[in-house]
Design a protein around this ligand. Structure first.
Ligand SMILES: [Zn+2]
Length: 100
């Protein structure tokens, strides 16, 4: 099935709205769709492991804040993704963790 860019964007947004029960294969498919259409996933990339494509949840990930970095460790494959936190106070950092 061929999708235009708008349709692909919608499908990606829809996909990330509900990540429960999503398998790594689903993530790979959606990532491929995004790449084909040159759609940037941006913040959405933080929702899954870069290496094994598992969707992060409380059980399979460990979040640490260190020197302005938020490190999410995937407990499935052990890979740690690090994201820079910009200009956030300590309270803002805590709020940030709760939101994600
Ligand atoms: Zn992983």
């Amino acid at each position: 099935m061929k999708l235009n860019k708008k349709q692909a964007e919608d499908r990606i947004k829809e996909f990330f709205k509900n990540l429960d029960n999503k398998k790594p294969e689903d993530i790979i498919k959606i990532k491929r769709l995004a790449m084909h259409n040159k759609i940037k996933l941006g913040a959405l990339r933080k929702k899954f492991c870069k290496k094994c494509y598992s969707v992060f949840n409380e059980k399979n990930s460990q979040i640490r804040i260190n020197n302005g970095f938020r490190a999410v460790k995937c407990l499935k494959c052990g890979f740690a993704s690090r994201w820079k936190i910009k200009h956030l106070s300590r309270t803002a950092v805590l709020e940030h963790i709760q939101k994600c």
